[in-house]
Design a protein around this ligand. Structure first.
Ligand SMILES: [Zn+2]
Length: 86
């Protein structure tokens, strides 16, 4: 019966893997959709806890389609958090 046990084990591992990777892919998709919605609206998400509500200039969006902030807020954000945190 050892063979049966190891087959069962492999199957359980695959199920666990498929189940665990699902929320990650869903989160990625949601994040991507949110980003598209933000850039489509083109409204600055602001700096810190408050949104400045400024419309991001079209040329900035064309240069950086994922831009979430106006130039002013982005500068302040980068000064505090560094470039890698958008
Ligand atoms: Zn702003």
């Amino acid at each position: 019966m050892e063979g049966e046990d190891s087959d069962q084990y492999t199957e359980n591992c695959q199920q666990a893997f498929n189940h665990d990777s699902m929320p990650v892919r869903l989160a990625d998709a949601k994040e991507a959709i949110a980003r598209v919605e933000n850039s489509a609206l083109g409204i600055c998400i602001g700096y810190g806890p408050k949104s400045c509500g400024v419309k991001i200039p079209e040329d900035r969006l064309l240069a950086c389609p994922t831009a979430k902030r106006c130039a002013g807020c982005q500068q302040k954000h980068e000064k505090k958090f560094g470039r890698k945190y958008y």
